[in-house]
Design a protein around this ligand. Structure first.
Ligand code: FES
Length: 359
């Protein structure tokens, strides 16, 4: 026997794996076996709820739950009614505020009532016992699946989903009614009392309207458009519009460029649409409507930054690359007596994504 400096314990020399195991058990600070783990406290004793003991209280809870679900239906209907009763008037912030306020209140009530009703149903009426579900392979055996069906039926029985018809029906009604305001709100995306096809086919441009700089609205003289330059253009009067300015601009925005007349390869029926090498094309990409804003002066190419469609300005803005399906619409232009650039007419085809022109 020998003594070490470790509290005077006896050390017995050992060899091989038994020595290693001994060292693991004895070495302080490197212990891998926890000897004093906390005992599983188990579940606290089950306490019955008032709704378990008193049928009157259960009935009252049932009433509360279906009242909440009916309240949710009222909220959804209220949101739809508010949408009709408080329409958004163009340029009237007060009308927008009222519309948002009441629609929001209706939807909030609908959602809140479903949520509170479902929680109350679960806490007060559904079975109140602890369940343990052991892990098992993803696809169970036939017995397991049969048991799953049994559990489902038990859950149905215990939650009273099949039995408490008022709760079930009111919940189904609330869930059906809840998405309706969203469907109705989509109506607001369509133009009011106007034919959308016509609206999208026409822009502000008309015969004699001056081309002006975006955003100042300053008229542009043909002499100011130097060779190789490109201008962002809006119709005269758009900058001063009080309402609907953005909608009008989204259709009427134009790019104006000047090329050497000999570089322009115009279509035979469009020879009179340009002025001394100056051409105007819609700025709205014919793919999905992004603004085509990048002009490459040397190649005369216009690039749409969204999906890289490229249009060749020297060749009636035909598509030379990318997903756009048709050329940019051309605005026929001329000059008035004072030398200002004017439109000869509106665009002769719809601007923007090409699906608008499809029948
Ligand atoms: S919107 Fe212009 S390329 Fe897609």
């Amino acid at each position: 026997m020998a003594q070490d400096d470790n509290g005077g314990k006896d050390v017995i020399p050992q060899t091989g794996s038994s020595a290693v195991e001994h060292a693991l058990e004895e070495s302080p600070g490197t212990a891998v076996i926890v000897q004093d783990s906390v005992a599983d406290p188990g579940f606290p004793p089950h306490r019955q709820r008032v709704t378990d003991k008193d049928p009157k209280a259960a009935k009252q809870a049932e009433r509360t739950v279906y009242t909440l679900f009916y309240l949710s239906i009222v909220g959804s209907v209220f949101a739809i009614a508010a949408y009709m009763a408080f329409p958004i008037e163009d340029g009237d912030p007060g009308a927008i505020r009222l519309n948002n306020l009441f629609i929001g209140l209706g939807i909030a009530l609908a959602l809140l009532a479903i949520g509170i009703g479902a929680v109350h149903w679960g806490k007060a009426l559904m079975a109140d016992h602890e369940g343990i579900d052991l892990r098992h392979p993803v696809k169970g055996t036939d017995e397991t699946r049969a048991r799953a069906v049994e559990i489902f039926q038990e859950a149905n029985e215990e939650s009273g989903f099949g039995r408490r018809t008022l709760i079930r029906n009111s919940l189904v009604g609330a869930l059906i009614a809840f998405p309706l305001p969203a469907v109705v709100l989509f109506r607001g995306l369509a133009p009011q009392n106007e034919n959308p096809v016509e609206l999208l086919s026409q822009t502000m441009w008309k015969k004699g309207l001056r081309l002006t700089l975006d955003p100042t609205g300053t008229p542009i003289k043909a002499a100011d458009v130097t060779l190789g330059s490109a201008f962002q253009v809006i119709p005269e009067g758009l900058a001063e519009m009080e309402s609907g300015r953005l909608e009008a601009k989204a259709k009427a925005a134009v790019l104006l460029m000047r090329l050497k007349p000999e570089d322009l390869h115009e279509l035979p029926d469009r020879k009179s649409w340009s002025y001394d090498g100056i051409v105007a094309y819609s700025k709205i990409c014919t793919h999905v409507g992004c603004p085509v804003a990048l002009y490459e002066q040397q190649t005369h190419h216009l690039l749409c930054p969204c999906h890289q469609s490229q249009f060749d300005v020297a060749n009636h803005a035909k598509v030379i690359f990318g997903p756009a399906a048709r050329p940019l619409p051309q605005l026929p232009i001329a000059v008035d007596d004072e030398g200002y650039l004017i439109a000869q007419s509106d665009f002769t085809e719809p601007v923007g994504p090409s699906f608008w022109e499809r029948p």
